[in-house]
Design a protein around this ligand. Structure first.
Ligand code: GLP
Length: 243
């Protein structure tokens, strides 16, 4: 079928599997366009990719990347921004060409223009070959929150109370979490040739079950992945425990 599920014993094995899949793509097609994700889940994968660069000559120099999302408003030098996260976890440790790195601009003055331009840059790059995804405990992908309808393209999002709460662990307080974000839309995500979703831990078990085995509904944005022709779930044992 179109859906592959790997169940790894723990977080570290999940991270290694994801890094292996991503590094294979990079070695085979050094000029790939890769979609990247943030959040706690892919940190171990980025660590492993940095190790592969340092110890196994994994070459990032010809790669183009597009991140899924960014808070709004937020500045690049804010340690909670996804720009800062990407520099900190990956970009500053590998030989990537920063001119080929794309993250929605959390300080854009004209949001509509920024979103339109982001879509245009993805198109001009030839589309995303492999998109890495995490999943929110509420089933969001990127920052596409559960709703009665989903936005197809890159857009401004009002964050869910639940998401603000879940992400407040990275901030000093709930008040500091931005209330909005810029995110690729569901169609942007679904247009990638391959999707690889990572999930770890007990608090993702229920939503992983819903996303893979439940109905396809905008209430669980990740459930739309069931419609994609090439999707891989990499789970640790806890996240897979309800399957
Ligand atoms: C964040 C990001 C998502 C991420 C998700 C899960 O808010 N916008 O792209 O996948 O929530 O985060 P975590 O991996 O920390 O559980």
């Amino acid at each position: 079928g179109n859906l592959r599920i790997y169940i790894e014993s723990n977080y570290e094995e999940m991270s290694k599997k994801a890094a292996y899949i991503l590094s294979s793509q990079i070695r085979l097609y050094p000029q790939s366009v890769i979609g990247l994700a943030t959040g706690g889940t892919p940190v171990g994968m980025y660590k492993e990719l940095v190790r592969m660069h340092k110890e196994e000559d994994l070459d990032f120099s010809e790669l183009t990347t597009f991140n899924l999302d960014e808070y709004y408003p937020i500045s690049k030098d804010n340690p909670q921004s996804y720009y800062y996260y990407m520099m900190d976890n990956l970009f500053s440790h590998v030989n990537i060409d920063i001119n080929r790195v794309h993250i929605p601009n959390g300080m854009a003055e004209d949001v509509k223009e920024e979103c339109k331009n982001y879509e245009k840059m993805i198109r001009n790059a030839g589309g995303v070959s492999l998109q890495i995804l995490g999943i929110g405990p509420n089933g969001h992908i990127g920052f596409n929150e559960p709703d009665t309808k989903l936005e197809p393209y890159t857009h401004l999002v009002e964050l869910d109370e639940k998401t603000i709460e879940a992400n407040s662990r990275y901030f000093n307080s709930m008040e500091e979490v931005p209330k909005q974000a810029l995110s690729m839309g569901v169609k942007t995500i679904m247009s990638a040739k391959k999707l690889v979703l990572l999930a770890s831990g007990k608090n993702k078990a229920e939503v992983i079950k819903e996303a893979i085995m439940g109905g396809i509904t905008p209430e669980i944005p990740a459930s739309f992945l069931q419609l994609h022709p090439d999707v891989t779930f990499i789970l640790d044992a806890e996240a897979a425990s309800q399957l």
